[in-house]
Design a binder for this molecule. Sequence first.
Ligand code: ADP
Ligand code: TYD
Length: 207
Amino acid sequence: MSKKGRFIVFEGIDGSGKTTQARLLAEALEKKGRRVCLTAEPTDLPTGRALREALGGRVKKSECEMAVLFVEDRIAHNINAQNGIAALIEDGVDVICDRYYYSTLAYQGQSTDYGWVKEMNLRCPDIRKPDLCIYVDLLPEQSLERISKGRDSVEIYENIETLTRVREQFLSVIRDLGEEDNICIIDGYRSEKQISEDILAIVSSLV
Ligand code: ADP
Ligand code: TYD
């Protein structure tokens, strides 16, 4: 087993099960005796709080400003001295992150300029490339079934359109980065246990 920690990222549309699987992987690795840090973006750092204010509509930001804010938050997440991703990995801790630059490429890459967003994220010396990205794939109809119980059909219809577009954007990012990044698409339409066993097998094969 390597001395350095592994950096594993989970991506997927809302309701695909990425948060559940990130948690299950963290628990499984801890059971195996690994030290694990489960984290997420946007972060809880000041940069992440600024992003949430903008996401919640309390502060108005342009799409380009949002792209830059996500990058700023990601840099802070990487280099922060106490519990930054870089320091944890060096210390041998496995870092599991719920959303990362694939989300910025999928969302802001479409709403601004994809090439610019890709350069900012992939060429930034302070933004670490994950050892593995797990994309939990689920059709929007299925993810909505999981998250939208009790909502009316109009809202569900609107959400299906949005989630379908976001899923297409993610799949396009995966096609684009397939050569440079280690990305696994996992079928999310199975039991939590089946999916997590698959993911653990993939993670165990990482050097
Ligand atoms: P995400 O983080 O991608 O939005 P979550 O992990 O929060 O997704 O899961 C969304 C909802 O679906 C939660 O209520 C969760 O308990 C449920 N869920 C997660 N994985 C599965 C699964 N494999 N089968 C059925 N329901 C699931
Ligand atoms: P998240 O906290 O994962 O929201 P949720 O709990 O609803 O899944 O992410 C907040 C929102 O930020 C989500 O709609 C996706 C969006 N986002 C981007 O647009 N770009 C990014 O780079 C990231 C990390 C998230």
